[in-house]
Design a protein around this ligand. Structure first.
Ligand code: SAM
Length: 290
């Protein structure tokens, strides 16, 4: 068992460096010994597949990733953790820690410079305050990675992994399903963290697709339609699209009619194909008007 899941060891290293947990940075460190080895095993890193970690914290997951992967590059925003990581990960020579912000870092460049065209995956216990923006950023950049294995709050995991067209789905389900095939791997109880958060978590894997599952004529428009449709998820599509796209309800009804979608339908009933159909109809109508 790794000493990094021994609470008294972790507390003593953190205390030695004068570290105090920051709620604002989503600092809940894993102390359940079963979780990190399983994440390292399921994320797809290996002797010839490198891994990028976001937010190594005290290094508990980094340590397990370094045992399996040829190389680990970990990006940590909090400078105070750099001396901690130097101490806790001293026995590995295949880890590089970068002090940076996952919301701003140039990952395309990082992958080129650190992995030189080799295969790469991402694995992280994400800070909760930026779960969706980080996931969307990494997907939208179309990074040359095989998959993204991340721990997120259980409720977010359910939403992200929901199939569009089902009650649990939301704008994030459609967006994630456009770039990847999401998979729920396992649940993690709130007692697995120091300090314990208020809610349980889950580990999910987003397997990156080579091609989107539907053909859309304008990607930006597709995401605008999805966002508008879910902006008022309890309302009918014609209402939510009308206010979300700032278009008269009459025009939206015509658009939905042409796309073969009932205007009384709701966003959660829409499959990826339905959203693509609405987007492509909208695209051709707009271009006819030009
Ligand atoms: N990986 C560790 C673990 O599992 O115990 C820590 C996970 S903790 C939930 C999230 C980590 O992300 C913290 O170390 C926090 O400082 C770091 N973090 C927060 N915002 C970040 C950002 N924008 N970029 C990179 N790291 C960030």
């Amino acid at each position: 068992m790794s000493k990094l899941t021994d609470i008294s060891y972790v507390k003593s290293v953190l205390a030695k460096h004068g570290f105090r947990f920051s709620k604002a940075l989503g600092q809940n460190f894993l102390i359940n010994p079963g979780v990190c080895p399983r994440m390292a095993e399921e994320c797809g890193c290996s002797d010839n597949v490198g891994v990028i970690e976001i937010g190594p914290g005290a290094g508990v997951l980094t340590n397990e990733l370094a045992k399996v992967a040829c190389k680990v590059v970990a990006v940590e925003l909090d400078k105070r953790l750099l001396p901690v990581l130097k101490e806790t990960l001293s026995e590995h020579d295949n880890i590089k820690i970068i002090n940076g912000d996952a919301m701003k870092l140039d990952f395309v460049r990082l992958i080129q410079e650190e992995f030189h065209g080799g295969e790469v995956v991402i694995c992280a216990n994400l800070p909760y305050y930026i779960t969706s923006p980080v996931i969307m950023r990494l997907l939208e950049e179309r990074l040359p990675i095989n998959s993204l294995t991340v721990m997120v709050q259980k409720e977010a995991a359910d939403r992200i992994c929901a199939q569009p067209g089902t009650r649990e789905s939301g704008a994030i389900s459609a967006a994630v399903n456009y770039y990847s095939r999401p998979e729920m791997l396992f649940k993690v109880s709130k007692g697995s963290f120091l300090p314990a958060p208020k809610v349980d978590s889950a580990v999910i894997r987003l397997n990156i697709l080579k091609e989107p599952p539907v053909a859309v004529q304008d990607e930006k428009l597709f995401f605008r339609v999805v966002k508008a449709a879910f902006s008022q998820r309890r309302k009918t599509l014609s209402n939510s699209l009308s206010s979300g796209l700032s278009m008269p309800k009459q025009e939206i009804s015509l658009l939905l009619d042409r796309a073969g979608i009932k205007s009384t339908a709701r966003a959660e009933e829409m499959t990826m194909e339905d959203f693509a159909q609405i987007t492509n109809t909208f695209f051709s109508i707009s271009n006819q008007h030009l």
